[in-house]
Design a protein around this ligand. Structure first.
Ligand code: S3P
Length: 430
């Protein structure tokens, strides 16, 4: 994809359904009794991988436009897969599904593409093994492909070294099949869609946040069954983030993004935009299916640098590439700290973000747990090496809109992972 600078992005848009919530609807619906009807489902490659895996495990799933109907078979209704479960590029599919598979009475293997199979899986192998699961890395390198055989699960209390919703969710899902209570404490609260949604499905699940620290604990007890639900997935704030950034940095813009999920465990980008001087208004705030939703009005603003660190990091971890792009166009310095998790995303995003920003002429220094961006230098067009990371492709498409000359996003089709219609949404604002 080749892009150049523009002005005046104006209009009203919606963004596709939330990726994290879409994955969970399919997985939880599959192990629930009865039908789960999902509207505004994200038909990105990642969530389609989850559908493919659940079908391989014997679940009948109908797709009708952006709706999906899952004919759940109950907690013990999955059947042995005929082959390796293919999670594609999706860490969420691999880690959450492993928690479910650990509680089954059949063997399974789960694997994915080159990027997925180089991401750390010890973070789930360790707690699942403590619970009595039999799960191993087939190549003994701590990564997928993973091999899971039946084990008798018992509840544990796990102190997670990382604030990761995938780790937390994996353990809680295994907890559905374990004897006694299973709980997870994380150093700061990561996205809590699993806790909110499992509760709606009828699970015996609780969350608590300690007042004197930032730690958060979620616990679950096994239940007889989960029950199918009707769910409308909110717009994905991680997808809205590109249009929030575009609205702020492209001159003479005003964009209304309707129906976006603003769950506080996901909405850190809104706080950062406000700290940077961004003109953002939340309209029509409401709660649907336990999730907070709003329409987001964004207008072009003069941004300045800020510091982003500590507990806010898990609430905006996927938005850091596009926040870094905003910081490059802002006046002054932006420091991003405590974000070492960026190194184990679809690519090492400290490297992919800083390399591509440098290619566009930005003054940026990578650090061990983030980056320092000295903003304000005009960006110039460049060839962007996405390394097949969808968020890098989208973030640098936004950078291109303010750069001098043309920018080429290499392998931009990787955007299909989370936002197949990304460029069409853009066209609607021209
Ligand atoms: C996700 C959790 C986050 C996030 C990912 C989706 C989820 O990963 O980066 O895109 O749906 O639970 P971690 O749990 O590894 O932080």
């Amino acid at each position: 994809m080749e892009l150049c600078s523009i002005t005046g992005l104006k209009g009203k848009i919606t963004v596709p359904g939330d990726k994290s919530i879409s994955h969970r609807c399919v997985m939880f619906g599959s192990v629930a009794k009865g039908t789960t009807e999902v509207h505004h489902f994200l038909k990105g490659a990642d969530c389609l991988a989850t559908i493919r895996c659940m079908r391989t495990l014997g679940i009948d799933i109908e797709e009708k436009g952006s709706s999906v109907i899952i004919h759940g078979k109950g907690l013990h209704g999955l059947s042995a897969p005929s082959g390796i479960l293919d999670a594609g590029n999706s860490g969420t599919t691999t880690r959450l599904l492993s928690g479910i598979l650990a509680g089954q009475t059949f063997d399974s293997k789960i694997s994915g593409d080159e990027s997925l199979n180089s991401r750390p899986m010890k973070r789930i192998i360790t707690p699942l093994t403590q619970m009595g699961a039999h799960i191993s890395s087939i190549l003994r390198n701590g990564c997928a492909p993973l091999y899971i055989t039946p084990g008798e699960l018992h509840g544990i209390h796990y102190n997670s070294p990382v604030a990761s919703a995938q780790v937390k969710s994996c353990i809680l899902l295994a907890g559905l099949y374990a004897e006694g209570e299973t709980s997870v404490t994380e150093p700061s609260l990561s996205r809590n869609h699993t806790e909110l949604m499992l509760k709606e499905f009828g699970a015996d699940i609780r969350s608590s946040y300690s007042l004197d620290s930032t730690e958060a604990t979620a616990s679950i007890r096994p239940c007889e069954e989960l029950y199918g639900q009707k769910i409308t997935v909110p717009g994905d704030i991680s997808s809205a983030a590109y249009f929030i950034a575009a609205g702020l940095i492209v001159p003479d813009s005003e964009i209304l993004i309707e129906g976006v999920g603003i769950n506080p465990t996901r909405a850190g980008i809104l706080k950062v935009c406000e700290d940077m001087g961004g003109d953002i208004t939340l309209l029509n705030e409401r709660i649907e299916g336990g999730e907070k939703i709003a329409d987001i009005l964004v207008r072009t603003s003069r941004l300045h640098g800020t510091e982003i660190s500590g507990d806010i990091i898990p609430t905006l971890i996927d938005e850091i590439p596009v926040i870094a792009v905003m910081a490059a166009t802002a006046e002054g310095t932006t420091v991003i700290k405590d974000a070492a998790e960026l190194k184990v995303k679809e690519t090492d995003r400290i490297e992919t973000v800083t390399d591509n920003l440098k290619a566009m002429g930005c003054d940026v220094t990578p650090t061990d747990d983030g980056m320092i961006i000295r903003g304000g230098r005009p960006l110039k067009g460049a060839s962007i090496h996405t390394l097949l990371d969808h968020r890098i492709a989208m973030a640098f498409s936004i950078a291109a809109l303010t750069a001098e000359g043309n920018t080429k996003i290499l392998d931009s089709r990787c955007i299909d992972v989370s936002y197949p219609d990304f460029y069409d949404t853009f066209d609607a604002l021209l």
